[in-house]
Design a binder for this molecule. Structure first.
Ligand code: LMR
Length: 392
């Protein structure tokens, strides 16, 4: 009793799409929805490096006793060293995936300044705004896309941030922008970092796809630039895609602050926020990542597997781009993108038809997960695009 005012809510659209795909009995269906890597056989395999690390843990792990609110500090230090360069890791704590890191960061921003504002370019991952709203942040959206071409406008963020005030936070996609796949180039990141430093803004970097765009080092470059130039930066890192640990919910939140004392203070608040939410993060995924990153051979194996995934995504992207204009959908533009995602200029009706008539599942925004395609699906996918547009 007492819940009469709550009406049932629709499920999250992307997760609902995943459910509909599972129950579709058609043989040649294609899942281009949720951002999960698939190999040529349509599988999301466990990395060999992960399997080997799990094998070691099976034999060496002596206890499942609590680790603590911050999770495993050794995992945080190793991941931090991999992202920010050895010896230059940042303080932080282990989180429940990248989403948990984003929520903790949003809670910290709201707790330290009630009514804090956060800027976010749209389109973005559909869960960003609900996370920030749940934390009580005030959101200021700006349009990343050129309405005529539906392609990202390079100066959109700089232009929008002319209206920013000191202490505002800004959501930054660390690499492989979700959903457009288009990242600012190095010069643009330098300008963005300089503007943020000059105006006293706080970047909140969502780093969920490192290693799937141009390579691990290059994909971390924008984040490192921001950390080098802007006094306060929060970095939400996820190991879901780049270690294939999705369901293990493995991530970390890193804090870069002007002083060590402030960083420690912020981490103490993050720990308190975690304690009142989920108490402590799950260990298994972090233990696997730690085992890989502290062993040279396992790191080499993991890195080669990640490179192979990146290579496959790049080849699929190039194969799609080679079709150029397909009845008004500019597949050629995909060549400029990085990572798993791209946006196609399709109407909601065309997206519905792709699903109903061809078993092709994609987000209602027009986002496709390129990594969901099998090589021999590409022709059929392009034919279906033509069909829903009434061409050829
Ligand atoms: C996605 O954008 O598809 C992924 O980040 C998965 C998710 O949780 O939505």
């Amino acid at each position: 009793m007492g819940f009469e005012n709550l009406r049932p809510l629709a499920p999250d659209p992307l997760l609902a799409l995943m459910g509909r795909f599972r129950t579709d009995s058609r043989d040649r269906k294609m899942d281009l929805g949720v951002g999960v890597y698939r190999d040529a056989a349509g599988e999301t395999p466990v990395f060999q490096a992960v399997k080997r690390a799990e094998g070691r843990l099976l034999h060496t792990q002596r206890t499942k006793a609590y680790l603590g609110v911050e999770g495993d500090p050794a995992f945080v230090a190793l991941l931090g060293a991999a992202i920010f360069e050895a010896g230059r890791g940042l303080p932080g704590l282990q989180t429940v995936g990248g989403t948990g890191a984003l929520r903790l960061a949003a809670d910290l921003l709201a707790r330290s300044r009630p009514g804090r504002r956060i800027w976010l370019g749209t389109p973005t991952w559909p869960n960003h705004a609900p996370i920030f709203a749940a934390a009580g942040l005030q959101m200021l959206g700006f349009d990343l896309l050129n309405p005529a071409s539906m392609r990202p406008r390079p100066g959109a963020m700089l232009e929008a941030l002319q209206g920013s005030a000191p202490g505002d936070a800004v959501l930054i996609h660390g690499c492989c922008h979700n959903p457009t796949g288009i990242d600012p180039d190095t010069a643009a990141i330098e300008e963005i970092a300089a503007l943020m430093a000059a105006r006293g803004l706080i970047p909140l970097v969502d780093l969920a796809y490192q290693g799937l765009g141009s390579g691990w080092q290059q994909d971390g470059e924008a984040t490192r630039q921001l950390v080098a130039r802007v006094p306060t930066v929060l970095v939400a890192a996820s190991c879901d895609k780049n270690f294939g640990l999705y369901r293990e919910r493995t991530g970390a939140l890193f804090v870069s602050s002007p002083t060590r004392a402030e960083a420690q203070s912020l981490c103490s608040h993050l720990a308190a926020l975690a304690r009142t939410s989920y108490s402590m993060p799950p260990d298994h995924g972090a233990a696997v990542v730690k085992t890989i990153l502290e062993d040279g051979d396992l790191t080499k194996l993991w890195s080669a597997e990640l490179e192979a995934m990146r290579g496959r995504i790049g080849r699929l992207r190039a194969a799609l781009a080679a079709y150029g204009d397909v009845g008004g959908v500019d597949l050629g533009a995909l060549a400029a993108g990085l990572g798993m995602f791209a946006m196609l200029q399709l109407t909601p009706q065309q997206i519905d038809r792709l699903q109903a008539e061809f078993g092709i599942y994609m987000a209602q925004s027009g986002r496709i997960n390129i990594a969901g395609l099998a090589e021999d699906d590409i022709d059929r996918f392009v034919d279906a695009l033509r069909a829903v547009q009434g061409v050829g």
